[in-house]
Design a protein around this ligand. Structure first.
Ligand code: 3PG
Length: 218
């Protein structure tokens, strides 16, 4: 049986369950293992490792060794980066915008993709390509929850992953809306904490975020 890379992929069920997808920027792959441990121990067993640094592919490889952690790649801009990410072990792809070449490549490879969208036209393009989960990016500057509620009305099957400006204060409101599959954010995996090796502090922030998911979604 073939598994669709579109919106009914089981990975999206995992997104829903986890609720908050940590968006990670790693400058040094040596931080990948302690970060993976902090995410698992804190209760958000997932990471979107962004292709903004040269360490991304190696970090995905290291983190993917933990079977309890769902690891994907973010900031994926080209089909070549999709291949690199998947070869390293990425189970899902996230992109800041909707690039049809990247989306089609993911669909051909059977890898779930959540492309960034902001406008109804971009959302329709995603639907046209066979997706029904999109990232809403950058969520807060683009109108936040009010904008998502307004655009969600005509697209009854579309589910959203708001990312960009989501934080511990506003995430409850997003999570409480049933068209939100999960939220993406970096506030619990702050770059300065990673750089300083402050794993206990980071684990506490991850736990706080995981507790919010439990509070809102049970
Ligand atoms: C990003 O572009 O880094 C992600 O969208 C995360 O945004 P955030 O840092 O505002 O959570």
């Amino acid at each position: 049986m073939s598994v669709s890379a579109g919106g009914d992929n089981p990975i999206f069920e995992q997104f829903k369950k986890i609720g908050i997808i940590p968006v990670v920027v790693l400058d040094d792959a040596k931080d990948a293992e302690p970060l993976a441990k902090a995410l698992v121990e804190g209760g958000l067993p997932c990471a979107e490792v962004t292709f903004r640094t040269d360490a991304a592919a190696e970090a995905i490889g290291i983190m993917s060794k933990r079977s309890e952690l769902l690891v994907g790649a973010g900031t994926v801009l080209t089909p070549e980066q999709v291949d690199k990410a998947v070869a390293a072990g990425a189970k899902f792809i996230v992109s800041p915008g909707l690039n049809p070449r990247v989306v089609k490549h993911c669909l051909e490879k059977g890898v779930p993709i959540t492309p960034g969208t902001q406008t109804p036209s971009e959302m329709e393009q995603a639907l046209e390509l066979g997706l029904n989960v999109v990232k809403f990016f950058p969520a807060e500057p683009a109108g936040g929850l009010a904008m998502i509620k307004a655009v969600a009305a005509p697209y009854t099957h579309l589910r959203f992953m708001p990312t960009g400006g989501v934080n511990a204060k506003n995430v409850r409101d997003y999570l409480a809306y049933d068209k939100i599959l999960a939220c993406g954010g970096s506030w619990m995996v702050k770059k300065d904490l990673i750089k300083a090796g402050e794993w206990d502090k980071l684990t506490a922030l991850v736990r706080e975020a995981a507790d919010i998911v439990k509070e809102i979604r049970g």
